[in-house]
Write a protein that binds this ligand. Structure first.
Ligand code: NAP
Length: 242
C-alpha cells in the first residue's frame, strides 16, 4: 500500500488532498501546525470511510528539527513515503506600506523554506527507493498575477516554482517533481477577503467562480498517478481561466 505525506492537511486544500489519496487506497500522513482538533477529525473520518491508515503529525515545516522528526516518524510508521505534497502555506495581506522584513521572512520561511526542508528529508528516502513523487502547491501569484498586498506571499510562490525545477533536476531520474499554480480557491485563506474584491476577481475568471479545494486535489492526485509518469519539472495552472 502506498503512503502520502500532505503538509498543512488540517483544513482547506490539504484536507481535500488527504481525502482524495485515502479514497485511492493510500495511507495518509496528516501534517498540521496548530489545528490538532481538525487534523484528528480528518484522521478519524478517513479511517472510518476508507480501508487505510491515517496518522496526524504536528510539525512546523519552517523548523528543521521538527521536519526531520516528522519524516523519521512517518518512515517508522509506514516504511516509505511514496508521495509528498508540499501544501502548507500562509498569507498575511497588509498594505504595502505596512510590510515588514519580519513578516516577509516569516512567509518565506513557511511557504518556501518549509517546502525545501520537507522535500530534502523526504527526498533522501525516495532516492533510496529510487522512486517517488513530489507535488508543490504554488500559485498563479508566483507567475503572473500580482497583488502588492501579498508581495511576500507572491515571492514565496515564485520561489516554489524555481524549487520545483531545481528539485526535478536534483532528483532525476528517480523522482517526478511538479507544481500546481493554483488560482483562487474557497478556503479559510480566502474567506475573509473583501466581498467587492471577490466579485471583481470572480469576474476575471472565465469560469466566474473560485475553485473548490477538491478541484485542486484532483489534479494533485493525477500528478501522483502513473497516468502522469512523463510529467516532470512542470508547473500546471489550475485557475479556471483567468
Ligand atoms: P488554509 O485553509 O489556510 O490552510 C493552510 C494549512 O497550512 C493549514 O492546514 C495549516 O495548519 C497549514 N500550515 C500553516 N502554517 C504551517 C506551518 N508552519 N507548518 C505546517 N503547516 C502549516 O489554506 P489553503 O487555502 O488550503 O492553502 C493551502 C495551500 O494552497 C497554501 O500553500 C496556499 O498558499 C496555496 N494556495 C491557496 C490558494 C487559495 O486561494 N486558497 C490559491 C493558491 C495557492 P494549521 O491550521 O494546523 O496551523
Amino acid at each position: 500500500m502506498k503512503t502520502v505525506l500532505v503538509t498543512g492537511a488540517s483544513k482547506g486544500i490539504g484536507e481535500q488532498i488527504a481525502y482524495k489519496f485515502a479514497s485511492k487506497n493510500y495511507n495518509v500522513i496528516i501534517n498540521y501546525n496548530t489545528d490538532f482538533k481538525n487534523a484528528l477529525r480528518i484522521k478519524n473520518d478517513i479511517e472510518t470511510k476508507y480501508n487505510v491508515k491515517a496518522i496526524t503529525i504536528k510539525c512546523d515545516v519552517a523548523k528543521e528539527e521538527e521536519v526531520k522528526q516528522m519524516v523519521e516518524q512517518s518512515i517508522k510508521e509506514f516504511g516509505s513515503i511514496d508521495c509528498l505534497v508540499n501544501n502548507a502555506g500562509i498569507a498575511i495581506d497588509t498594505l504595502f506600506e505596512d510590510k515588514t522584513a519580519e513578516n516577509f521572512r516569516k512567509i518565506l520561511d513557511v511557504n518556501l523554506v518549509g517546502a525545501f526542508l520537507v522535500s530534502k528529508y523526504v527526498g533522501e528516502y525516495m532516492l533510496k527507493e529510487r522512486s517517488g513523487k513530489i507535488i508543490n502547491i504554488s500559485s498563479t501569484n508566483g507567475i503572473d498575477t500580482f497583488y502588492p498586498m501579498s508581495i511576500d506571499y507572491d515571492a514565496s510562490k515564485a520561489g516554489m516554482i524555481s524549487l520545483t525545477h531545481n528539485l526535478a533536476l536534483q532528483y532525476a531520474p528517480y523522482i517526478n517533481v511538479n507544481a500546481i499554480a493554483s488560482g483562487w480557491v474557497e478556503t479559510e485563506m480566502t474567506k475573509d477577503l473583501d466581498e467587492e474584491f471577490i466579485m471583481e476577481e470572480q469576474e476575471k475568471i472565465f469560469l466566474k467562480r473560485f475553485a473548490k479545494p477538491e478541484e485542486i486535489a484532483n489534479v494533485v492526485f493525477f500528478l501522483a498517478s502513473d497516468e502522469a509518469s512523463y510529467i516532470n519539472g512542470e508547473i500546471i495552472r489550475v485557475d479556471g481561466g483567468y
